[in-house]
Design a binder for this molecule. Structure first.
Ligand SMILES: *Cc1c(COP(=O)(O)O)cnc(C)c1O
Length: 495
């Protein structure tokens, strides 16, 4: 399997090379040259496997330059039972006859990002070995809250790597901030910036394409890579749980092998839902992928109209990991749906950069409508859903998951579609205690850890990794201007 760039399909790299570089030099994202196919017989085989084996199976279809032994070793470490609170890495919880919730947040940092970021350090260090890279890899991360912590945990004290995380000073929850600023490890650095997630992401992308800076880095023995979902190494591990949750439903007799399911995905950078689309293209029986947004509903408008227009207000919401106006991974979908028209994709991305808007062809719009549905919930609706889901099903969901539940319920009402649907639950409710409690009608002022205890009174157990944060020392408190991210990098690397 080789990897091409969405903006230049003459690019032809192995997966190790693509994972090491993270983003193509032309600014494009790496995409596989084809979708490996998984038949119903293969699915039946997968049903009998453990999560680790399912992961190895899917990874081996894309990452053909890694050996089966390497991948088996990576999967055993990344998805070890003790890291995921038991053998069910991503448990599927039944809510009613049509709706189930797949909990993707039982990993070390309590967000779905762990699924990919526990794996990425293994793929990356493997890639360095395979490509004969002797420089220290510097992972630059822009985060809307969860990627930062998950990447810090994954890369903490991994030999041959350093990691720098930028987060928007006022754009993450207090629990998310504490998780990052208390991170241990000799090779980690965390900096807040004055700005929002898009500013952080744009700043990181600019540093990646700054050739002068690259030379400065090379001279001091460093090379950049990315742990954001622009890195293909983040995407494949996410394809796994679409297959795995399907298999779980089959194994429990809730689904007949070959029957279709819907997935509803709380969406920001479009990485998670794109992994679902890849699974569908590989042969997983998927009816609709339902793209759920918060008040930053640029994707809802795009899927409905074919116009992607970021000239709009940016809102800070109760689901901060979805407060994004530039959904990077959409570029990969456009590449596939335009029949790999790299020039067209490059022109859309250029229009987005220059004018903030592009309009896709009618053909692309139709193909989007075949596979995707969409909708959004504002904060009031989100909190109401948290209360309603608890009231009706005694299930406490976080704000991001609640957006997806709300969008799915609207979809079910409007379309009458009763296809079994899996909601991708992307974070533990304990990461967003304040807003979750408001949804549960608890509005008194309290400290972060008092809230945590209060939330436990609703019959859910706080993850130890969050409860113990109160004893940890804050190590990072610097705030940089968004135009000054290069200085932060230089300061940390002492170059
Ligand atoms: C990152 C994140 C999302 C958005 O996922 P994308 O892959 O960026 O679309 C949704 N919910 C939570 C909790 C997240 O951390």
């Amino acid at each position: 399997m080789r990897f091409k760039s969405t903006r230049d399909k003459a690019v032809h790299l192995t997966s190790a090379e693509a994972i090491k570089i993270g983003i193509s030099r032309d600014g494009g994202l790496f995409v596989p040259e084809n979708f490996p196919s998984v038949s119903v017989t293969d699915l039946a085989t997968m049903c009998k496997m453990s999560y680790q084996e399912r992961a190895q199976y899917v990874l081996s279809l894309f990452l053909t330059d890694y050996t089966e032994d390497e991948l088996a070793g990576y999967c055993a470490k990344a998805y070890a039972d003790e890291k995921w609170g038991g053998s069910e890495t991503t448990p599927v919880v039944r809510i009613d006859d049509t709706m189930s919730i797949c909990e993707l947040w039982h990993g070390p940092t309590c967000a779905f990002k762990d699924v990919a970021l526990q794996m990425l350090p293994h793929l990356l260090t493997g890639a360095m070995r395979k490509t004969g890279e002797d420089k220290t890899v510097v992972i630059l991360v822009a985060t809307s809250g969860d990627t930062g912590k998950a990447a810090l945990d994954g890369f903490c004290d991994v030999d041959g790597t350093k990691i720098i995380v930028f987060y928007p000073e006022n754009g993450v929850s207090s629990m998310q901030k504490l998780q990052m600023t208390t991170q241990s490890g000799k090779n980690v650095y965390v900096a807040a910036i004055n700005g929002n997630f898009d500013n952080a992401q744009t700043g990181v992308k600019e540093i990646f394409s700054d050739r002068e800076f690259e030379q400065l880095m090379a001279k001091s023995g460093h090379v950049f890579s990315s742990a954001n979902s622009i890195n293909f190494g983040r995407l494949v591990p996410q394809v796994v749980y679409y297959f795995s949750s399907y298999c779980d439903l089959v194994e429990r007799g809730e689904l007949k092998l070959g029957d279709k399911v819907n997935f509803t995905v709380p969406t920001g950078n479009f990485g998670n839902i794109l992994a679902g689309y890849y699974a569908k293209r590989m042969g997983l029986p998927v009816n609709k992928l339902i793209c759920a947004s918060n008040k930053n509903n640029i994707l809802t408008d795009f899927i409905k109209t074919g116009v992607y227009d970021r000239n709009r207000d940016f809102y800070m919401t109760a689901s901060p990991s979805m407060d994004i106006l530039i959904s990077s991974n959409l570029e990969r979908l456009l590449y596939t749906l335009s029949d790999e028209d790299d020039k067209l994709v490059a022109s859309y991305m250029n229009e987005l950069k220059e004018k903030g808007v592009y309009t896709v062809t009618g053909a692309i719009r139709e193909k989007i409508a075949e596979s995707f549905a969409c909708g959004f919930c504002d904060d009031d609706e989100t909190k109401a859903i948290i209360g309603k889901t608890y009231g009706e099903h005694k299930y406490v969901c976080d704000t991001h998951t609640a957006v997806a539940v709300g969008v799915y319920e609207k979809y079910r009402r409007e379309t009458g579609d009763t296809t079994k649907t899996v909601i991708m639950s992307t974070a533990s409710p304990f990461k967003f205690c304040k807003d979750v409690l408001e949804g549960l009608n608890v509005t008194e002022e309290m400290g972060d850890f008092e809230r945590l205890e209060k939330l436990e009174s609703f019959g859910v157990k706080a993850p130890a990794s969050l409860a113990t944060l109160r004893e940890k020392e804050v190590r990072f408190s610097e705030v940089f201007d968004k135009s000054d991210m290069r200085s932060a990098v230089k300061e940390f690397l002492k170059i």
